[in-house]
Design a binder for this molecule. Sequence first.
Ligand code: F6P
Length: 366
Amino acid sequence: MTKNHEVRRIGVLTGGGDCPGLNAVIRGVTKPAQDYGMTVFGILDGFEGFVEGKARELRNEDVSGILSRGGTILGSSNKGDPFHWPVEKDGNIEIVDRSQNVLRNYKAWELDAVIAIGGDGTMHICKKLMDMGINVIGVPKTIDNDLDATDMTFGHDSAVYVVSMALDRLHTTASSHHRVMVVEVMGRYAGWIALHGGLAGGADIILIPEIPFSWESAYDKIHQRELQGKRFSLVCVAEGAKPVGGEFVTKGTDAKRTDPIQLGGIGKVVADNIENNTGKETRVIVLGHLQRGGSPTPYDRILSTKFGAFAIELASKKVFGKMVALKGSKIGEVKIEEAISKQKLVKLNDQAVIAARAVGISFGDE
Ligand code: F6P
Protein backbone atom coordinates (compact mmCIF):
# COMPACT_ATOMS: atom_id res chain seq x y z
CA MET A 1 0.00 0.00 0.00
CA THR A 2 1.23 3.48 -0.78
CA LYS A 3 1.16 6.09 1.94
CA ASN A 4 -1.07 9.04 1.14
CA HIS A 5 0.07 12.21 2.80
CA GLU A 6 -2.90 14.30 1.81
CA VAL A 7 -5.81 12.22 3.04
CA ARG A 8 -4.91 11.75 6.67
CA ARG A 9 -7.95 12.06 8.83
CA ILE A 10 -11.11 10.08 8.10
CA GLY A 11 -14.38 10.23 10.00
CA VAL A 12 -16.65 7.20 10.06
CA LEU A 13 -20.26 7.12 11.18
CA THR A 14 -23.19 4.72 11.21
CA GLY A 15 -26.51 6.40 10.37
CA GLY A 16 -30.15 5.28 10.54
CA GLY A 17 -31.39 2.00 11.97
CA ASP A 18 -28.67 -0.45 12.96
CA CYS A 19 -28.15 -3.86 11.39
CA PRO A 20 -25.74 -6.79 11.59
CA GLY A 21 -22.47 -6.05 9.78
CA LEU A 22 -21.96 -2.42 10.83
CA ASN A 23 -19.07 -3.33 13.11
CA ALA A 24 -17.53 -5.45 10.37
CA VAL A 25 -17.50 -2.38 8.09
CA ILE A 26 -16.00 -0.18 10.83
CA ARG A 27 -13.27 -2.81 11.27
CA GLY A 28 -12.81 -3.06 7.49
CA VAL A 29 -12.24 0.70 7.35
CA THR A 30 -10.08 1.08 10.47
CA LYS A 31 -7.63 -1.81 10.18
CA PRO A 32 -6.23 -0.90 6.74
CA ALA A 33 -6.27 2.85 7.51
CA GLN A 34 -3.00 2.64 9.42
CA ASP A 35 -1.25 1.19 6.37
CA TYR A 36 -2.46 4.16 4.34
CA GLY A 37 -1.07 6.48 7.00
CA MET A 38 -4.54 7.62 8.03
CA THR A 39 -6.20 8.21 11.38
CA VAL A 40 -9.84 7.21 11.79
CA PHE A 41 -12.30 9.11 13.97
CA GLY A 42 -15.51 7.37 14.95
CA ILE A 43 -18.37 9.87 15.00
CA LEU A 44 -20.82 8.79 17.70
CA ASP A 45 -24.56 8.18 17.26
CA GLY A 46 -24.66 8.84 13.54
CA PHE A 47 -25.30 12.37 12.31
CA GLU A 48 -26.43 13.31 15.80
CA GLY A 49 -22.79 13.12 16.93
CA PHE A 50 -21.69 15.06 13.85
CA VAL A 51 -24.04 17.92 14.79
CA GLU A 52 -23.24 17.75 18.49
CA GLY A 53 -19.49 17.25 18.12
CA LYS A 54 -19.13 13.73 19.55
CA ALA A 55 -16.25 11.66 18.15
CA ARG A 56 -13.33 9.57 19.30
CA GLU A 57 -10.27 8.17 17.63
CA LEU A 58 -10.51 4.54 16.57
CA ARG A 59 -7.37 2.45 16.86
CA ASN A 60 -6.74 -1.14 15.88
CA GLU A 61 -7.47 -2.35 19.39
CA ASP A 62 -10.88 -0.65 19.32
CA VAL A 63 -11.98 -2.73 16.34
CA SER A 64 -10.37 -5.97 17.36
CA GLY A 65 -12.90 -8.75 17.96
CA ILE A 66 -15.92 -6.83 16.64
CA LEU A 67 -16.33 -8.66 13.31
CA SER A 68 -19.07 -10.94 14.60
CA ARG A 69 -20.72 -8.46 16.92
CA GLY A 70 -24.15 -7.08 15.97
CA GLY A 71 -25.16 -3.41 16.36
CA THR A 72 -22.56 -0.66 16.08
CA ILE A 73 -19.80 0.26 18.51
CA LEU A 74 -20.32 3.88 17.42
CA GLY A 75 -24.04 4.08 18.18
CA SER A 76 -26.62 5.20 15.65
CA SER A 77 -29.73 7.31 15.38
CA ASN A 78 -32.48 7.78 12.84
CA LYS A 79 -33.54 11.14 14.23
CA GLY A 80 -30.30 13.05 13.66
CA ASP A 81 -30.73 14.44 10.13
CA PRO A 82 -28.76 17.75 10.30
CA PHE A 83 -31.09 19.25 7.67
CA HIS A 84 -34.20 18.10 9.53
CA TRP A 85 -33.16 18.55 13.15
CA PRO A 86 -36.01 18.27 15.65
CA VAL A 87 -36.09 20.77 18.50
CA GLU A 88 -38.69 20.72 21.28
CA LYS A 89 -40.31 24.11 21.73
CA ASP A 90 -43.30 24.79 23.98
CA GLY A 91 -44.24 21.11 23.85
CA ASN A 92 -44.09 21.06 20.03
CA ILE A 93 -41.45 19.72 17.68
CA GLU A 94 -39.87 22.37 15.47
CA ILE A 95 -37.65 21.29 12.56
CA VAL A 96 -34.47 23.34 12.07
CA ASP A 97 -31.32 23.14 9.91
CA ARG A 98 -28.15 22.25 11.87
CA SER A 99 -25.95 21.45 8.89
CA GLN A 100 -23.57 24.33 9.69
CA ASN A 101 -22.68 22.52 12.94
CA VAL A 102 -21.61 19.56 10.83
CA LEU A 103 -19.38 21.74 8.66
CA ARG A 104 -17.92 23.37 11.76
CA ASN A 105 -17.10 20.01 13.36
CA TYR A 106 -15.70 18.62 10.10
CA LYS A 107 -13.26 21.54 10.05
CA ALA A 108 -12.58 21.48 13.79
CA TRP A 109 -11.69 17.78 13.63
CA GLU A 110 -9.59 18.54 10.52
CA LEU A 111 -11.21 15.70 8.62
CA ASP A 112 -10.34 15.07 4.98
CA ALA A 113 -13.38 12.88 4.36
CA VAL A 114 -16.20 11.03 6.05
CA ILE A 115 -17.27 7.44 5.43
CA ALA A 116 -21.00 7.30 6.13
CA ILE A 117 -22.47 3.83 6.55
CA GLY A 118 -26.24 3.92 6.10
CA GLY A 119 -29.33 3.46 3.98
CA ASP A 120 -31.20 5.79 1.65
CA GLY A 121 -31.76 8.43 4.37
CA THR A 122 -28.02 8.56 5.08
CA MET A 123 -27.17 8.76 1.36
CA HIS A 124 -29.59 11.70 0.91
CA ILE A 125 -27.83 13.53 3.76
CA CYS A 126 -24.44 12.66 2.20
CA LYS A 127 -25.48 14.30 -1.07
CA LYS A 128 -26.41 17.53 0.72
CA LEU A 129 -23.15 17.49 2.73
CA MET A 130 -21.19 17.00 -0.49
CA ASP A 131 -22.86 20.10 -1.88
CA MET A 132 -21.55 21.97 1.17
CA GLY A 133 -18.00 20.90 0.36
CA ILE A 134 -17.63 17.88 2.66
CA ASN A 135 -15.89 14.86 1.12
CA VAL A 136 -18.07 11.81 1.63
CA ILE A 137 -17.99 8.14 0.76
CA GLY A 138 -21.15 6.11 1.36
CA VAL A 139 -21.41 2.45 2.35
CA PRO A 140 -24.84 0.88 1.74
CA LYS A 141 -26.47 -0.66 4.79
CA THR A 142 -30.01 -1.81 5.38
CA ILE A 143 -31.82 -5.00 6.15
CA ASP A 144 -34.45 -3.79 3.64
CA ASN A 145 -32.09 -4.16 0.61
CA ASP A 146 -33.97 -1.33 -1.10
CA LEU A 147 -31.06 0.65 -2.61
CA ASP A 148 -31.17 0.31 -6.37
CA ALA A 149 -27.53 1.17 -7.02
CA THR A 150 -26.19 -1.95 -5.29
CA ASP A 151 -27.18 -5.56 -5.89
CA MET A 152 -27.07 -6.16 -2.15
CA THR A 153 -26.86 -4.14 1.04
CA PHE A 154 -25.22 -5.77 4.03
CA GLY A 155 -27.60 -6.72 6.84
CA HIS A 156 -30.22 -8.12 4.50
CA ASP A 157 -28.87 -11.66 4.53
CA SER A 158 -28.83 -11.69 8.34
CA ALA A 159 -32.45 -10.51 8.50
CA VAL A 160 -33.47 -13.15 5.96
CA TYR A 161 -31.72 -15.78 8.06
CA VAL A 162 -33.81 -14.77 11.10
CA VAL A 163 -37.03 -14.96 9.05
CA SER A 164 -36.20 -18.37 7.62
CA MET A 165 -35.27 -19.74 11.06
CA ALA A 166 -38.54 -18.39 12.47
CA LEU A 167 -40.53 -20.02 9.67
CA ASP A 168 -38.74 -23.34 10.20
CA ARG A 169 -39.72 -23.28 13.86
CA LEU A 170 -43.27 -22.20 13.17
CA HIS A 171 -43.62 -24.96 10.58
CA THR A 172 -43.49 -27.70 13.19
CA THR A 173 -45.92 -26.10 15.63
CA ALA A 174 -48.30 -25.02 12.82
CA SER A 175 -48.38 -28.57 11.55
CA SER A 176 -48.94 -30.08 15.03
CA HIS A 177 -51.91 -27.80 15.74
CA HIS A 178 -53.26 -27.56 12.17
CA ARG A 179 -53.03 -23.80 12.37
CA VAL A 180 -52.23 -20.88 10.12
CA MET A 181 -49.19 -18.93 11.27
CA VAL A 182 -48.81 -15.38 10.02
CA VAL A 183 -45.32 -13.89 10.33
CA GLU A 184 -44.97 -10.11 9.90
CA VAL A 185 -41.52 -9.02 8.78
CA MET A 186 -39.81 -5.65 8.22
CA GLY A 187 -38.71 -4.07 4.94
CA ARG A 188 -40.56 -0.73 4.80
CA TYR A 189 -41.97 -0.16 1.30
CA ALA A 190 -39.95 -3.03 -0.24
CA GLY A 191 -40.78 -6.72 -0.06
CA TRP A 192 -37.28 -8.19 -0.22
CA ILE A 193 -37.14 -9.54 3.35
CA ALA A 194 -40.56 -11.20 3.01
CA LEU A 195 -39.73 -12.55 -0.45
CA HIS A 196 -36.29 -13.96 0.38
CA GLY A 197 -37.19 -14.98 3.95
CA GLY A 198 -40.45 -16.58 2.81
CA LEU A 199 -38.72 -18.43 0.01
CA ALA A 200 -35.94 -19.67 2.31
CA GLY A 201 -38.41 -20.67 5.03
CA GLY A 202 -40.94 -22.39 2.78
CA ALA A 203 -43.87 -20.02 3.32
CA ASP A 204 -47.11 -20.97 1.53
CA ILE A 205 -48.20 -17.37 1.02
CA ILE A 206 -45.93 -14.32 0.70
CA LEU A 207 -47.52 -10.88 0.76
CA ILE A 208 -45.38 -7.92 -0.34
CA PRO A 209 -45.99 -4.21 -1.04
CA GLU A 210 -45.16 -4.56 -4.73
CA ILE A 211 -47.95 -7.13 -5.33
CA PRO A 212 -51.22 -5.92 -3.80
CA PHE A 213 -53.10 -9.03 -2.71
CA SER A 214 -56.73 -10.11 -2.83
CA TRP A 215 -58.22 -11.53 0.36
CA GLU A 216 -60.12 -14.18 -1.60
CA SER A 217 -56.93 -15.42 -3.24
CA ALA A 218 -55.24 -15.79 0.15
CA TYR A 219 -58.22 -17.70 1.61
CA ASP A 220 -58.34 -19.90 -1.51
CA LYS A 221 -54.73 -20.93 -1.09
CA ILE A 222 -55.43 -22.06 2.48
CA HIS A 223 -58.56 -23.97 1.35
CA GLN A 224 -56.65 -25.64 -1.49
CA ARG A 225 -53.97 -26.81 0.93
CA GLU A 226 -56.68 -28.16 3.22
CA LEU A 227 -58.13 -30.14 0.30
CA GLN A 228 -54.65 -31.58 -0.35
CA GLY A 229 -54.51 -32.78 3.25
CA LYS A 230 -52.15 -29.99 4.32
CA ARG A 231 -53.96 -28.75 7.36
CA PHE A 232 -51.63 -25.87 8.19
CA SER A 233 -50.23 -22.87 6.34
CA LEU A 234 -47.43 -20.37 6.80
CA VAL A 235 -47.97 -16.78 5.68
CA CYS A 236 -45.02 -14.37 5.46
CA VAL A 237 -46.27 -10.79 5.24
CA ALA A 238 -44.14 -7.70 4.71
CA GLU A 239 -44.97 -4.75 6.99
CA GLY A 240 -45.66 -2.68 3.85
CA ALA A 241 -48.03 -5.18 2.21
CA LYS A 242 -51.57 -4.04 1.43
CA PRO A 243 -54.66 -5.49 -0.20
CA VAL A 244 -55.75 -4.29 -3.63
CA GLY A 245 -57.15 -0.77 -3.15
CA GLY A 246 -56.10 -0.76 0.53
CA GLU A 247 -53.70 1.40 2.55
CA PHE A 248 -50.53 0.68 4.51
CA VAL A 249 -51.17 -0.37 8.10
CA THR A 250 -49.23 1.92 10.46
CA LYS A 251 -48.55 1.79 14.17
CA GLY A 252 -47.86 5.50 14.52
CA THR A 253 -45.87 8.48 13.34
CA ASP A 254 -42.74 10.15 14.64
CA ALA A 255 -42.36 13.79 13.61
CA LYS A 256 -38.66 13.73 14.56
CA ARG A 257 -37.84 11.48 11.59
CA THR A 258 -37.51 12.45 7.95
CA ASP A 259 -40.00 9.70 7.07
CA PRO A 260 -42.41 9.96 10.02
CA ILE A 261 -44.50 6.90 9.09
CA GLN A 262 -43.93 3.79 11.20
CA LEU A 263 -45.28 0.72 9.47
CA GLY A 264 -46.63 -2.22 11.46
CA GLY A 265 -49.78 -4.16 12.22
CA ILE A 266 -50.66 -5.75 8.87
CA GLY A 267 -49.83 -9.20 10.32
CA LYS A 268 -52.68 -9.00 12.83
CA VAL A 269 -55.12 -7.76 10.19
CA VAL A 270 -54.16 -10.68 7.93
CA ALA A 271 -54.40 -13.21 10.77
CA ASP A 272 -57.82 -11.94 11.93
CA ASN A 273 -59.25 -11.99 8.42
CA ILE A 274 -57.90 -15.47 7.71
CA GLU A 275 -59.35 -16.85 10.94
CA ASN A 276 -62.74 -15.18 10.38
CA ASN A 277 -63.01 -16.18 6.74
CA THR A 278 -61.48 -19.66 6.62
CA GLY A 279 -62.41 -20.92 10.08
CA LYS A 280 -58.78 -21.92 10.61
CA GLU A 281 -57.26 -21.20 13.97
CA THR A 282 -54.61 -18.55 13.28
CA ARG A 283 -51.72 -16.98 15.21
CA VAL A 284 -49.61 -13.93 14.41
CA ILE A 285 -45.91 -13.44 15.12
CA VAL A 286 -44.25 -10.05 14.61
CA LEU A 287 -40.50 -10.58 14.25
CA GLY A 288 -39.71 -6.87 14.62
CA HIS A 289 -36.21 -5.95 15.74
CA LEU A 290 -35.11 -9.58 16.09
CA GLN A 291 -34.38 -9.13 12.38
CA ARG A 292 -31.93 -6.33 13.10
CA GLY A 293 -30.19 -7.69 16.18
CA GLY A 294 -27.44 -10.22 16.75
CA SER A 295 -24.49 -11.52 14.79
CA PRO A 296 -24.14 -11.03 11.04
CA THR A 297 -24.22 -14.12 8.83
CA PRO A 298 -20.93 -15.16 7.16
CA TYR A 299 -22.21 -13.59 3.90
CA ASP A 300 -22.77 -10.24 5.64
CA ARG A 301 -19.40 -10.41 7.42
CA ILE A 302 -17.65 -10.91 4.09
CA LEU A 303 -19.66 -8.24 2.25
CA SER A 304 -19.22 -5.73 5.09
CA THR A 305 -15.47 -6.32 5.28
CA LYS A 306 -15.16 -5.88 1.51
CA PHE A 307 -17.28 -2.72 1.61
CA GLY A 308 -15.22 -1.23 4.46
CA ALA A 309 -11.85 -2.04 2.91
CA PHE A 310 -13.01 -0.70 -0.47
CA ALA A 311 -14.29 2.53 1.10
CA ILE A 312 -10.95 3.31 2.75
CA GLU A 313 -9.17 2.45 -0.50
CA LEU A 314 -11.38 5.01 -2.29
CA ALA A 315 -10.48 7.55 0.40
CA SER A 316 -6.77 6.85 -0.14
CA LYS A 317 -7.25 7.56 -3.84
CA LYS A 318 -9.25 10.71 -3.06
CA VAL A 319 -12.32 9.34 -4.81
CA PHE A 320 -15.18 11.14 -3.04
CA GLY A 321 -18.89 11.64 -3.63
CA LYS A 322 -19.36 7.92 -4.26
CA MET A 323 -21.17 5.06 -2.65
CA VAL A 324 -19.56 1.64 -2.54
CA ALA A 325 -21.75 -0.86 -4.42
CA LEU A 326 -21.91 -4.54 -5.26
CA LYS A 327 -22.53 -5.28 -8.94
CA GLY A 328 -22.62 -8.98 -9.70
CA SER A 329 -19.66 -10.34 -7.77
CA LYS A 330 -17.57 -7.17 -7.94
CA ILE A 331 -17.36 -4.28 -5.52
CA GLY A 332 -17.17 -0.90 -7.22
CA GLU A 333 -18.50 2.60 -6.71
CA VAL A 334 -21.42 4.67 -7.99
CA LYS A 335 -22.11 8.37 -7.69
CA ILE A 336 -24.06 9.27 -4.56
CA GLU A 337 -26.65 10.93 -6.86
CA GLU A 338 -27.16 7.57 -8.54
CA ALA A 339 -27.45 5.83 -5.18
CA ILE A 340 -30.40 8.00 -4.16
CA SER A 341 -32.13 8.27 -7.52
CA LYS A 342 -34.19 5.10 -7.27
CA GLN A 343 -35.55 2.77 -4.65
CA LYS A 344 -35.08 -0.92 -5.43
CA LEU A 345 -38.43 -2.66 -5.32
CA VAL A 346 -39.33 -6.27 -6.15
CA LYS A 347 -40.29 -6.65 -9.79
CA LEU A 348 -42.92 -9.13 -10.92
CA ASN A 349 -40.35 -10.82 -13.13
CA ASP A 350 -37.72 -11.13 -10.40
CA GLN A 351 -36.31 -14.67 -10.47
CA ALA A 352 -37.16 -15.15 -6.81
CA VAL A 353 -40.82 -14.34 -7.55
CA ILE A 354 -40.81 -16.69 -10.54
CA ALA A 355 -39.18 -19.49 -8.55
CA ALA A 356 -41.58 -18.97 -5.65
CA ARG A 357 -44.58 -19.26 -7.93
CA ALA A 358 -43.02 -22.33 -9.59
CA VAL A 359 -42.90 -24.15 -6.24
CA GLY A 360 -46.49 -23.24 -5.46
CA ILE A 361 -46.10 -20.18 -3.24
CA SER A 362 -48.99 -17.74 -3.59
CA PHE A 363 -48.56 -13.96 -3.63
CA GLY A 364 -52.30 -13.54 -3.14
CA ASP A 365 -52.77 -12.23 -6.65
CA GLU A 366 -54.03 -15.24 -8.64
O1 F6P B 1 -35.09 0.39 7.53
C1 F6P B 1 -34.87 -0.61 8.47
C2 F6P B 1 -36.10 -0.85 9.31
O2 F6P B 1 -35.82 -1.93 10.19
C3 F6P B 1 -37.38 -1.09 8.53
O3 F6P B 1 -37.45 -2.37 7.98
C4 F6P B 1 -38.42 -0.78 9.58
O4 F6P B 1 -39.62 -0.34 9.00
C5 F6P B 1 -37.79 0.35 10.36
O5 F6P B 1 -36.40 0.28 10.11
C6 F6P B 1 -38.04 0.28 11.84
O6 F6P B 1 -37.49 1.40 12.43
P1 F6P B 1 -37.35 1.58 14.01
O7 F6P B 1 -36.15 0.81 14.45
O8 F6P B 1 -37.15 3.04 14.18
O9 F6P B 1 -38.60 1.07 14.64
